[in-house]
Design a binder for this molecule. Structure first.
Ligand code: 0RA
Length: 654
């Protein structure tokens, strides 16, 4: 019946049909950003996510246990799974192999049969045909029905009909997609191992049981083996929060774990409390990181606040402590992962990473509320630890408000209210203004002399600023350097309904530039400043206002000729260049900014025409949070491990 209807309505002319299909993929090639976000590194990696998501879907449907991802020496990517294999039979409507349809028809995505798939991943859900369109070459191989099928494509167009390339007597099943991104489309074509490894790790936690193997064939390790890692988690989200909190001190022994389903929304949550003062909540919808949060996160907070509050009320604990508790007090020291699976997710917000479905809020609220209540009743010891932490947070918040008000009242009263050490610029339009946060009074002095005083302001910082990772909020307002930074920036800390929320509408400089020495102390101070911004002023990073100055490492000099160098390669080249006529040039290694005179500092590091600035971004909140808590937190072992492991890559000094 179905087939008959399709046959009657189908285009008579097969080739016309084919042209239409190619037009679809042509649209992807014309406007790739509409389908994969951008054509930079992000878009390049998006191709991998798209292919892997299909295999994950197959695993979620219960047919696939292992996924292999290989990065080849030519930066092509090969993804293999042991699922059912993309169907290869004749597609009744398209009159060609279903395999070809999946690979060449936009939005076909392989999901003919919606019942088979609970949910589908992929931010844009564009499917593997989109990857095909943006690849100069792609080869798909399917093991199915005792045969091996194959088809090759260029820029999305099949080179031949699907063919059988071999027998498969053991009746293996699976799909392999090997693609070569088109370098005429992408700005970068070199894959980043860490980016892929981080995403695959995340996927293995979000989808317990699946084994994902990554192999990088571009580089051999010390044993002449390709770099490889396998990701597999039986504990799923429970292990995910433990991983996130690995460098923190726990208040409860085991994660609180919630799983349930309501109104077709499946909800999974894992929660830990630690002794820090920061909050780390990650949320996912259909395996996609919802960076901007949304209804699932709101539902979680509602349930957490209501359930903990009523538990504490019943026990008379709040009355005894004589504090007013607000929603945020339940979030200090909280680490949680929220993962929901929704049939038709609506993504909103600036970066389309905020979940909008209203039914999800109630589902998460109800499920978390019920299970958390049972947990608290059954685990009185853990419950007491959490409530005590909440009460402490409330008391600290009151102290912080007083301290913060002192800082802000002072700036509202006294004259300009700006810190005495600030050498401000004359320009008043913040879009044109830059603030340099400079390590040390002497470098600060050089910067003041070397700067363009019309639009560049200088704030010297003396010594090391407070490590906010280890301090309660009210203490940060006692710190002279931090107070100076806040008042110089002109921002308002906290609002009535949300003490932690920041108001940066009055930000006085659209570029805030951290300028520290190129030595161990300098990098430590830079990390401390970055931690302050990450924990208390993240919006400044998110809006792209925070930068790191890049002072040169060397000056190579002979006679009147001077060449500044930022790395070893440049230094070697400069030495070769100036060695030309006889004697070797003089090489000066800059360790501190203070070794440069004001003119040199201007020329190399501050002049917008010649300097290079590194923009700070919050690549992934999970990674940064992990990194900051590890670098700045209490536990020493993870920090040592990290530094040992990354010593040769990262510029992170102990
Ligand atoms: C459509 C239908 C079926 C499986 C798949 C697509 C499928 C797609 C991909 C993409 C990567 N790996 C995959 N594995 C399977 C179900 C086929 C059946 O009923 O046997």
């Amino acid at each position: 019946m179905e087939e008959l209807k399709v046959a009657v309505g189908a285009p008579q002319d097969y080739s016309a049909d084919k042209i239409q299909v190619l037009e679809g993929l042509e649209a992807v090639r014309k406007r790739p950003s509409m389908y994969i976000g951008d054509v930079g590194l992000k878009g390049l990696h998006h191709l991998v996510w798209e292919v892997v998501d299909n295999s994950i879907d197959e695993a979620l449907a219960g047919y696939c246990t292992d996924i292999n991802v290989e990065i080849h020496p030519d930066n092509s990517i090969c993804v293999t799974d042991n699922g059912r294999g993309i169907p290869t039979g004749m597609h009744p409507k398209e009159k060609r192999s279903a395999l070809e349809v999946v690979l060449t028809v936009l939005h076909a995505g392989g999901k003919f049969d919606k019942e088979n798939y609970k949910v589908s991943g992929g931010l844009h859900g564009v499917g593997v045909s989109c990857v095909n369109a943006l690849s100069k070459d792609l080869r798909v191989t399917v093991w199915r029905d005792g045969k091996v099928y194959q088809q090759d494509y260029q820029k999305g167009a099949p080179l031949y009909d699907v063919k059988i390339v071999g027998e498969n007597p053991e009746n293996k099943t699976g799909t392999q997609v090997h693609f070569w991104p088109d370098e005429t489309i992408f700005l970068h074509t070199v894959y980043k191992y860490e980016t892929i490894a981080n995403r695959l790790r995340e996927l293995s936690y979000l989808n317990a049981g699946i084994r994902i193997h990554l192999k990088d064939l571009r580089e051999l390790d010390d044993n002449n083996q390709p770099v490889a890692e396998s990701f597999h988690s039986e504990g799923g989200l429970k292990e995910f929060v433990e991983y996130l909190d690995a460098s923190r001190v726990r208040l409860i022994d085991e994660p609180i774990y919630v799983k349930g389903e309501k109104h077709d929304v499946s909800v999974e949550v894992a929660v830990l409390y630690n002794n820090s003062y920061s909050e780390n909540v990650l949320s996912y919808t259909n395996n996609i990181n919802t960076i901007e949060g949304g209804t699932h996160v709101s539902g979680f907070y509602r349930a957490l606040t209501r359930t903990l509050k009523s538990y504490a009320d019943q026990g008379g604990m709040l009355e005894k402590a004589k504090v007013e508790i607000t929603g945020n007090d339940f979030r200090e020291g909280l680490t949680a992962v929220i993962s929901v699976k929704v049939h038709e997710p609506q993504f909103e917000g600036q970066t389309k990473t905020k979940l909008g479905n209203s039914e999800v809020m109630g589902a998460v609220d109800t499920i978390v509320g019920e299970i958390l209540k049972i947990y608290l009743d059954e685990n009185p010891k853990a419950a007491k630890m959490i409530v005590q932490k909440v009460i402490l947070a409330a008391q600290a918040r009151q102290a912080a408000r007083k301290a913060r008000e002192m800082v802000q009242r002072k700036s509202a009263l006294g004259g300009s209210g700006l810190p005495g050490k600030l050498a401000d610029c004359s320009e008043k339009n913040p879009e044109l203004c830059e603030l340099y946060l400079v390590e040390g009074d002497s470098a600060g002095g050089s910067a003041k002399q070397g700067r363009n005083r019309r639009y560049q302001a200088i704030l010297p910082l003396r010594g090391k600023i407070l490590n906010v990772e280890k301090a309660q909020e009210h203490r940060i307002y006692d710190n002279e350097e931090i107070k100076n930074i806040i008042t110089a920036l002109g921002i308002i800390f906290g609002r009535e309904e949300d003490d932690r929320a920041l108001n940066i509408t009055k930000l006085r400089y659209y570029k805030v530039i951290i300028m520290t020495d190129a030595d161990v102390d300098g990098s430590h101070i830079r990390t401390l400043i970055l931690t302050l911004f990450f924990r208390y002023m993240r919006e400044i990073i998110e809006k792209g206002h925070l930068y790191i100055a890049q002072p040169p490492l060397y000056l190579v000099k002979k006679g009147k000729k001077e060449i500044y160098c930022w790395d070893e390669n440049q230094r070697e080249q400069a030495v070769r260049e100036l060695s030309g006529s006889g004697s070797a040039p003089d090489v000066q290694r800059y360790k501190g900014l203070g070794e440069m005179n004001p003119e040199q500092l201007w020329e190399t590091t501050m002049n917008p025409d010649t300097r290079s600035l590194k923009k700070v971004d919050v690549e992934s909140a999970a990674i940064s949070d992990h990194l900051f808590s590890m670098l700045m937190g209490d536990e020493v072992a993870p920090r040592r491990d990290f530094i040992e492991k990354n010593a040769k890559y990262a510029n992170v000094d102990a």
